[in-house]
Design a protein around this ligand. Sequence first.
Ligand SMILES: Nc1ncnc2c1ncn2[C@@H]1O[C@H](COP(=O)(O)OP(=O)(O)OP(=O)(O)O)[C@@H](O)[C@H]1O
Length: 628
Amino acid sequence: MDLEFRNLTYSVYSRITKVELRQVVKGVNGRFLSGQLVAIMGPSGAGKSSLLNAISGYRSAGVTGELLVNGQIRDEQLFQRSSCYITQEDLLQPYLTVRETLDVAASLKVAKGETAHSEEILQELGLLEHQHTKTDQLSGGQKKRLSIALELVNNPPVFFLDEPTSGLDTVTTVQCVKLLRQLARQGRTVVCTIHQPTASLLELFDQVYVIADGRCIYQGDTEAMVPHLQSVGLPCPRHHNPADFIIEITENPQNINMLCEEIENGKLYKSSKFDVPPIEPINNLELKICYQAGDEPEETQIVLSNEQCIYKGNQYDGVRNSLTSLSSQVSKGNSSLAWMRVQKSDPKLYPTTYFEQFSILLRRMIIQISRNRQALWIQTIHHIMCGVLIGLCFLNMANDGTQMFNHLKMCVGLVIFFAYTQIMVPVLVYPQEVKLVKKEHFNGWYSLSPYYVALTVSKLPVQVTLNIVFCTIVYFMVGVPFGTSRFICFCLIGNVVSLASEGLGMAIGSMFSVRNGCAIGPAAIAPFLGLAIYGFDFAHRIPLLMNILMKTSFIRCGVVAMVLTIFGFGRTPLDCKDVYCHFAKPDVLLKYLDIEKSSVWFEIGIMVTLMVIFRSICYMGLKWRFAT
Ligand SMILES: Nc1ncnc2c1ncn2[C@@H]1O[C@H](COP(=O)(O)OP(=O)(O)OP(=O)(O)O)[C@@H](O)[C@H]1O
């Protein structure tokens, strides 16, 4: 697939005022041909990643300009299925082995009836002997190769890689770039951003695209870069790395202006043989005369366009010929590389059904949870310890009619325990998960809804079991009179508060995942907001909005439901050791709290509704983030 972009801009807008803050990529042009390995270079902050994101479609908000595939305006959805994006960070499932990770990718990305060449891919990428190693135990280079292997299973013709060599040593960097070059030679278009490569590494790239201050300052063959700089009066000193040199000269803004004008912001392509004229609009009439001079192997073309005569060489034939011979090598005979041939068939939106995606993802999540022993132990000890501590604080107090305020404190404490235990974990863990899901979703592994359903279902067994263990410890240590309905309600409230809090945590975690730290603030405050407006006897003084907020705070609902459970269900009067106990009769307490008319099921219903709302916000937030 030949990629082309015209007048491409990427601007950053203020989220609130929608005012353009800055233009990161400024109307650049360019083309990347199939069979070529392209390096996007430039100084730090020049806009390399932004350009790659815009061309790949990984970022669409704020991007304008024309994106073409094989000379035609591209269909974004179809293009997404034909390309893959490999992020700078190797986002892998840590508790899965290399083989398991690849098998999950294959089962999601390869349709039934088609062969997934997992074995060959592992062999080709040098990962076969590490196939039983967990991904978090792999070296940086192996992780990068695995990231590439995961995308290779469905053999897309276009690869985008953001800084694939960052964090790798020199030897591994060369190995990685050689692998990319091999992929390109098999007919793929491989485009990657790279930060100041060494001279020998630069030579491995077929094409270089240099960007500075959001503008293109060079586009062309790698070996044509130094002669071009020389021709514009910027000779690269001998024994100086050309990659370093072109970045050094961008320190002077005048050089950027001059080079950008020379290359017409990417409209020109500097070939090691000829200069190629600017890309003309499709509707521009051109008269082309082609002839083969004498015994010259290449065809020469004379183009008459805009009343100008432009001499144009067949610059890409060299690459194309070598590519064709390689492709034919692959397609002929029973070569072990035959599976690597670039597929021509139209890619499907998703090769697997909704249910298949759900079951594969659910299996992967359950394996992850069960192998994360440390987290399981921490959660178990946390629930048991907290249960015992709360139980000790209120030991055998549940039947004491003089302890009304302690009863209430315990109810509030229990609800806060469930809320904070579940809200902070997703806020801290989910941002990393979001990055991984974004990459996999963008690369067409699965759609968002089966993932989301699997995520919700996979966590339930551990979460519900631990909550029941906690509730049982507290219930019996505090000495609440046993009743089946009361005990079931007690556990149910704990679980509903816990699930609602987790939903809120995930919603916050998914929205704020770019700035992880920022999420902790809202997450810490959120349950307290509920608590702050919790105050039964202040309701009449609070304006309407606050009243609504108070009534719909899941913390308040949780506390009310908890009090109704402990003191409701036909509870007999509490023991009274003093002369007079005003709150010994549970009805008096409920009346004092103004909740005697409320029902446990009504409060649970509100909490379930809030839980669904929080989880829907999280889902919509993810959808919105992935769409932009
Ligand atoms: N969403 C965004 N919001 C605000 N600024 C942004 C955004 N995206 C990019 N930028 C800014 O645009 C500039 C270019 O960023 P980009 O990440 O593309 O640079 P880069 O060339 O890849 O840099 P590096 O080599 O250091 O990774 C930076 O100054 C960055 O702060």
